[in-house]
Design a protein around this ligand. Structure first.
Ligand code: DSN
Length: 452
């Protein structure tokens, strides 16, 4: 019998058929998808923002929920046919509130960048002043970088880290008093130390500013109590759902004690303003399939397996940091308190060269600017290492030691030609690519992201 949507009742059958039909109808994409699976298995990802999602999250993302248009929120939609979608979104909201101990959760943002823009544009008027961490010091593009909406529609002032790579809170306070920003943003994309959310709130309160915390990089540490939570210190917290949470690509807006307080200067509560800031202000219909995957992610985040996985992220980060220091590498802050290790490379090697040479040997790390950076963002003087990927492979001390040896050997064997160009001998590339391949087999990606 011909297979149609009416005859295929189960999502599993539909996905299986999709697999067969894609291979038949679009061999190019089908082949590339399979090559990408192999790439992920045979490379070691040390990218601070990457994780591997579980099959159940992948499955929820691929579900037929993608067929539903559902503008609005549970119980108040602008489209009919949302009976099950309402239940799914409400489940995601309730679970997000539970794991973050929040009073409000908006689960519709397509990404954390979108979530940040939703908050900024709802709270601020064009030209208002914001104070965020400078991009060079570890802040995110959406926290006021001039090349983005956040730095061109608003008067963005940047704060910095001190010589030890720690946020200079005296400078934050002084800049706040001087510029009187309407919004202060804390949280980072390349910062290896603890963010003092309490201190940020005290500074915000001293000038009647609103505080937004972006915890995209540390959400798992926050949920498991390994990093202080901003939920009741910041008026608003944002995060993505795909980094430490190992969920679908997407964003989340949260609020704690301030959820039902009036937004300064506006006749509306944070809860209501945040809800409107997503829809209709900035987004149309949500990606309900991703909301289902977020619900699965948040349920998993309550589990012992998730707690252990985040613990492993920290363990691997400390082990790798010590091993890199033993090899003579300059680690910003000389330590890490989260999943990120910031390496200031020897003067002769730029970040772009290190990134490319390591990728030739199947190690995926990204270049990063370092405090006091003199080079451009496409060149840089540093690397940002993240340990989520290694934690999902259950790396132990022996594995960490091996990977640090390989990184060091590759970087030592590069012949530098100029800031962007280098040579790596074929025999070196082949030798270390094979060693990384063996490590990938020895430490396969395990299913950390499913409850046993
Ligand atoms: N924010 C970027 C990063 O940290 O890598 C992308 O998610």
């Amino acid at each position: 019998m011909e297979k149609t949507y009416n005859t295929i009742k189960s999502q599993v059958d539909l996905l299986n058929q999709g697999n067969v039909e894609l291979a038949k109808n679009d061999i190019e994409v089908s082949k590339l998808l399979n090559r990408e699976i192999e790439r992920q298995h045979k490379t070691l990802s040390l990218v601070a923002s990457c994780c591997t999602v579980s099959p159940s999250i992948l499955y929820a993302m691929s579900s037929t929920l993608v067929n539903v248009t559902a503008e609005g929120k549970p119980g108040k939609r602008y489209h009919a046919g949302c009976e099950f979608v309402d239940e799914i979104e409400q489940l995601a909201i309730d679970r997000a509130c539970e794991i973050f101990k929040a009073q409000y959760a908006g689960v519709q943002p397509h990404s954390a960048s979108n979530a940040n823009y939703q908050v900024l544009s709802a709270i601020l008027n064009p030209g208002d002043t914001i104070l965020g961490m400078s991009l060079d010091d570890g802040g995110h593009l959406t926290h006021g970088s001039k090349v983005t909406f956040s730095g061109s529609y608003y008067n963005a002032i940047g704060y910095h880290v001190n010589d030890q790579g720690i946020i200079n809170y005296d400078e934050v306070d002084a800049l706040a008093k001087k510029h009187k920003p309407k919004l202060i943003i804390c949280g980072a994309t390349a910062y290896s130390q603890v963010v003092d959310f309490k201190k940020f709130r005290e500074i915000a309160d001293s000038i009647d500013a609103i505080l937004m915390a972006d915890i995209s990089h540390i959400a798992g540490l926050v949920i498991t109590g390994r990093h202080p939570s901003p939920i009741d210190y910041a008026h608003i917290t944002t995060t993505c759902t795909h980094k430490q949470l190992a969920g679908p690509r997407g964003g989340l807006i949260l609020s704690g004690n301030d959820a039902d307080n009036i937004v300064p200067g506006k006749n509306i509560t944070f809860r209501k303003l945040l809800q409107k800031s997503i829809f209709p202000w900035m987004q149309g219909a949500p990606a309900v399939n991703n909301i289902a995957a977020k619900a699965v992610t948040f349920e998993y985040a309550k589990s012992k397996e998730f707690y252990d996985y985040i613990g492993k992220i920290r363990e691997v980060a400390d082990t790798m940091t010590n091993l890199l220091i033993e090899k003579g590498y300059n680690i910003i802050g000389n330590s890490t308190k989260n999943h990120t290790i910031l390496v200031k490379l020897p003067e002769s090697i730029t970040g772009i060269i290190a990134e490319e040479a390591l990728e030739e040997c199947s190690i995926i790390i990204n270049k990063n600017r370092v405090p006091g950076e003199q080079r451009s963002s496409t060149i840089t003087s540093g690397l940002r290492i993240g340990t989520g990927g290694l934690a999902q492979r259950h790396f132990d001390k022996k594995g960490c030691s091996k990977i640090v040896d390989i990184i060091s050997a590759i970087l030592t064997n590069i012949k530098i030609l100029d800031e962007k160009n280098y040579e790596l001998k074929d025999e070196i590339r082949v030798k270390y690519k094979n060693e990384v391949s063996s490590l990938c087999d020895e430490y396969p990606i395990k299913n950390y992201c499913e409850k046993n």
